[in-house]
Design a protein around this ligand. Structure first.
Ligand code: GLY
Length: 358
């Protein structure tokens, strides 16, 4: 049944039922940007671990055989979504405050400017595929909660438990550690100024609270597509939606320019329309690397007057239509990395920390 239902049947069934100096990263004496300049096809993901590599090989198989960027991005994203060990994306993602895994995902086709997204989707392991179907088979962009689930089921997706034992234990420990002084966070201009701890206080079991993945690709026709998919902020309020399913925030793609995606603190990404901003910067001639850093600078500049010590944790990735790549994170001690696959093989690209020491 999956992927074999017409829109008419679907409607029928549902009715019935530096910032800083630019550092050009180097691998083996060549910049990756040089190595990939003009090379198509190309696929990247913000996941630089083994699963990210596996995802790239899956996407690459499609691209090298002449397949579309849209299909390559979907199948690559699915690999990361289905990894039960990954607590930030899809199956195995950390739940919200109630112990419910709610997933967000968006998809964009840079050739047609079509986009689709789902938010607060429960019980479906591969929200990227549902977002792709919203893009390809509706004139809507975003479906949420029960409606998104209804849509997925109409396309043959099976409901499954997404809460792994690993994620459940982390959630239980988080609940045990909550204190009466934990609050629900402050608006950005007050962040880090309150004496209270936020409810997602530093928690040793978790690598990141906002983990997400972006997959961006150019196929051999020069068509560009992207996907962002996540379980969102760990222990979020029930119903909280981050940037990942918001087109222009967590993702944007434009064949004429390139594509960009975001991970990290979604609230800032939504308010800065960061992915769209990165694509606009590239349209103005900035490289993907420069454009990612420009977006981080823009976010910091906005808070300069009201909260100058505020450097929210974000990582941006981008590609342009020439096959150049870029990646920058706001802060941290290690350069952010992305996975890149071209006909030169698999490689990791070291991006830039825009505000080291923050
Ligand atoms: N960037 C993921 C989130 O904030 O939900």
């Amino acid at each position: 049944m999956k992927n074999s239902i017409s829109r008419r049947n679907f409607v029928y069934k549902t009715v019935g039922a530096s910032a800083g100096a630019l550092v050009i990263p180097s691998i083996s004496g060549f910049t990756l940007q040089d190595k990939t300049r003009g090379i198509k096809p190309l696929i990247i993901t913000s996941h630089a671990n083994e699963t990210g590599q596996k995802a790239m090989e899956t996407g690459w198989e499609i691209l090298k055989n002449g397949g579309s960027a849209v299909d390559a991005v979907e199948k690559a994203a699915n690999i990361i979504e289905l990894d039960p060990e990954d607590t930030s994306v899809g199956y195995g993602g950390l739940p919200n405050e109630r112990g419910i895994v709610q997933l967000d995902s968006s998809f964009m086709d840079g050739k047609t400017y079509s986009a689709g997204a789902v938010a607060c989707l429960e019980n479906i392991k591969t929200p990227a595929s549902v977002a792709k179907l919203v893009m390809q088979h509706t004139d809507h962009v975003l479906l949420v909660g029960a409606g998104a689930l209804e849509f997925a089921k109409a396309w043959g997706f099976q409901e499954e438990n997404l809460l792994t034992e690993k994620a459940r234990k982390i959630w239980l420990r988080w609940k045990e550690e909550m204190s009466p002084s934990d609050d629900w966070g402050s608006p950005e201009h007050l962040q880090n100024l309150s004496k209270n701890e936020t409810y997602w206080h530093d928690f040793p079991d978790i690598e990141h609270h906002y983990g997400t993945t972006n997959v961006l690709a150019i196929d051999s026709n020069g068509d560009i597509a992207g996907c962002t998919t996540t379980s969102g902020l760990s222990f979020k309020l029930n119903g909280r939606v981050g940037d990942s399913p918001i087109i222009g925030a967590g993702l944007y793609a434009d064949n004429e320019v390139g594509a960009a995606g975001a991970t990290g603190r979604g609230e800032d990404v939504i308010k800065s329309c960061a992915s769209y901003y990165i694509v606009l910067r590239m349209k103005d001639g900035r490289t993907p690397q420069q454009a990612c850093q420009d977006a981080l600078q823009m976010i910091v500049d906005r808070y300069k007057k009201v909260n100058p010590g505020y450097f929210p944790s974000e990582k941006f990735v981008a590609i342009n239509k020439f096959g150049e790549v870029g990646c920058a994170s706001m802060k941290g001690t290690r350069n952010p990395q992305i996975s890149v696959r071209t006909d030169k093989g698999y490689d990791r690209y070291d991006g830039v920390v825009a505000f080291p020491g923050k």
